[in-house]
Design a protein around this ligand. Structure first.
Ligand code: DQA
Length: 150
């Protein structure tokens, strides 16, 4: 069974009470349960992590190098300017899928730029809480690719 880390950055601990018209009414703990039950069906174990502190997120990202097969990351606002997160992802040599619950491209200009996308395998955004299960499927397709005969 592959093991992945699901990293959540600043303010995501407030899901459920944070701007529900944008982020919905589910808490991070609800999303954790939904994602873990979906992941189990595709042979994946998900460990959730959340911090509001940049350095703690850097340390969590570094832990992926030796302990996990890959990661899903919602870096919150750090997405848009943290080169420290970008460098940490690059050093892991493991696949990362960047997620955003909201469609960042339909929002303020500062959210259109991500400094971490270039070191992630791909980005999923705009599908609310479903971005986490979609990202688990995407990561599974990278970790255990299915050979398709054509
Ligand atoms: C977010 C989008 C970011 O711009 C914002 O700062 C967040 C959440 C999302 O999930 O849509 O904190 O990453």
């Amino acid at each position: 069974m592959s093991e992945i880390l699901v990293i959540n950055g600043p303010n995501l601990n407030m899901l459920g009470r944070r701007e529900p018209e944008i982020y919905g009414r589910l808490t991070l703990s609800d999303i954790e349960k939904i994602t873990q039950s979906h992941a189990a069906k595709i042979g994946m174990k998900c460990i959730f992590f959340q911090s509001n502190i940049e350095g703690e997120i850097v340390t969590a990202i570094q832990s992926v190098k030796d302990k996990y097969d890959g990661a899903i990351i919602n870096a919150g606002a750090y997405t848009h300017y943290s080169y420290a997160l970008r460098d940490a992802i690059a050093l892991t040599d493991k696949p990362f899928v960047e997620v955003h619950m909201s469609n960042v491209f339909g929002r303020e200009d500062f959210r259109h730029k991500s400094v971490i996308s270039a070191v992630c395998s791909g980005v999923i955004c705009g599908f609310g809480e479903n971005v986490y299960t979609l990202a688990a499927d995407a990561l599974a397709s990278i970790i255990n690719p299915v050979k398709i005969e054509v």
